[in-house]
Ligand binder design. Structure first.
Ligand SMILES: *[C@@H]1O[C@H](CO)[C@@H](O)[C@H](O)[C@H]1NC(C)=O
Ligand SMILES: *[C@@H]1O[C@H](CO)[C@@H](O)[C@H](O)[C@H]1NC(C)=O
Ligand SMILES: *[C@@H]1O[C@H](CO)[C@@H](O)[C@H](O)[C@H]1NC(C)=O
Ligand SMILES: CC(=O)N[C@H]1CO[C@H](CO)[C@@H](O)[C@@H]1O
Length: 266
C-alpha cells in the first residue's frame, strides 16, 4: 500500500467516526496572539479556520480580573457594527451548525494568582461562576475550558471545588432556562511532576468535566542545546536512548498516567 492510499484510508475512518456520532472529539485551540504574527503570510484570523475540521474550537484566553471573567484583547469584544474576535469565532457555526465554541480562561501568561483569588472560598467561587455563566451566554459561547497553569498541592482542592461547583451551576442554569447545558473542560498538565507532586485530584476532576484536554506538547521544549538532538515536540512514544527523566515525556505515557490516576478513559 503506498502512502496515498494509506492517507485516504485514514481519512475514511476519521469521517466515519464523526458522522456516526461516536463521541470522538477533535478539539482545536485558537490563540488570541496568532493575529499578531509579524509576517502577513502567517497571521491567522478566525476566517482562516476551517469550520468543519474541528468538533470544538476553544478560544484562548480570557482573563480574570476583579473576581470575574474579562476579555483580554482590545478586539475580543467590539461595539456594533464592528465584529469582535469572540463573535467571529462563534460565527463559524454558520458553516458548521454542530460546531461547539468554548472560551478558555487562564493560560501560562495569566499565571496562577488570579485563579487562587477566585477559588479560596465558596463565596468567591460562586461569584466567579455566576458571572462566568452570564458572560458565556452573553457572548454565545457553548462552554468553558479552565487553563489553570498549574494547580499544586496547596491549591488543588480549590481547583477541584471550582470545577465541581462550575459543573453544578451549568446544570442548574440549563434546568432553569431550558438552554443546552454549557460544556465544561479543563486543560491539564501531562508532566510526570504535575501528578507526582499532587497537582490534581484526578478522579474528582474527571467526574466534574465533560472532557479533559491533556496538554501533550512541549515535551522537548528545551531543544537541541539541552538534549543535544532534535525530538518531536509532541512525541507519541519515547525514543531510543532516552534517560529516565525523558522517558515519560510523550503522549502515550501521559494518557496512561492520567488513566492510572483515575481519569475515565472515555
Ligand atoms: C475543511 O475540512 C474538511 C474536513 O477535513 C475538508 O473536507 C475540506 O476540504 C476543508 N476545506 C478547506 C477549504 O480546506
Ligand atoms: C488581567 O487581569 C489582571 C488582574 O487579575 C490585570 O492586572 C491585567 O491588566 C489584566 N490583563 C488585561 C490584558 O486586561
Ligand atoms: C484553598 O482553600 C482553602 C479554603 O478552602 C484555603 O484555606 C487555602 O488557603 C486555599 N489554598 C490556596 C493555595 O489558595
Ligand atoms: C491571556 C493571554 O495569554 N493573552 C495573550 C493574548 O495575546 C497577547 C498578544 O500576543 C499576549 O500578550 C497575551 O498574553
Amino acid at each position: 500500500m503506498d502512502m496515498r492510499h494509506l492517507t485516504v484510508l485514514l481519512m475514511g475512518i476519521y469521517v466515519f467516526s464523526l458522522t456516526q456520532g461516536s463521541g470522538y472529539k477533535r478539539v482545536c485551540y485558537y490563540t488570541n496572539w496568532s493575529q499578531y504574527r509579524t509576517d502577513d503570510s502567517i497571521k491567522f484570523f478566525p476566517a482562516n479556520i476551517n469550520a468543519s475540521l474541528c468538533t470544538h474550537i476553544i478560544y484562548a484566553f480570557a482573563n480574570i480580573s476583579a473576581g470575574g471573567l474579562k476579555p483580554d484583547q482590545w478586539n475580543d469584544v467590539l461595539a456594533k457594527p464592528n465584529i469582535g474576535m469572540y463573535a467571529k469565532v462563534n460565527n463559524l457555526k454558520v458553516n458548521n451548525p454542530d460546531l461547539k465554541v468554548l472560551l478558555a480562561v487562564g493560560g501560562w501568561e495569566m499565571g496562577t494568582a488570579p485563579f487562587i483569588a477566585v477559588s479560596t472560598t465558596r463565596e468567591k467561587r460562586q461569584n466567579f461562576i455566576s458571572g462566568t455563566v452570564q458572560f458565556l451566554r452573553q457572548h454565545d459561547f457553548d462552554g468553558l475550558d479552565y487553563d489553570w497553569e498549574f494547580p499544586d498541592a496547596d491549591s488543588k482542592s480549590n481547583f477541584t471545588a471550582l470545577l465541581k461547583e462550575t459543573n453544578e451551576k451549568f446544570e442548574s442554569e440549563a434546568a432553569a432556562t431550558g438552554k443546552k447545558k454549557l460544556i465544561l473542560s479543563a486543560a491539564v498538565a501531562t508532566g510526570k511532576w504535575a501528578l507526582e507532586q499532587g497537582g490534581y485530584e484526578v478522579e474528582e476532576v474527571s467526574r466534574s468535566v465533560d472532557f479533559i484536554n491533556l496538554m501533550t506538547y512541549d515535551f522537548h521544549e528545551l531543544g537541541p542545546a539541552q538534549e543535544k538532538r532534535l525530538v518531536p515536540n509532541a512525541a507519541l512514544f519515547s525514543g531510543d536512548g532516552e534517560n529516565d527523566a525523558m522517558a515519560p515525556q510523550n503522549v502515550d505515557y501521559a494518557v496512561k498516567m492520567w488513566i492510572e490516576k483515575g481519569a475515565q478513559p472515555n
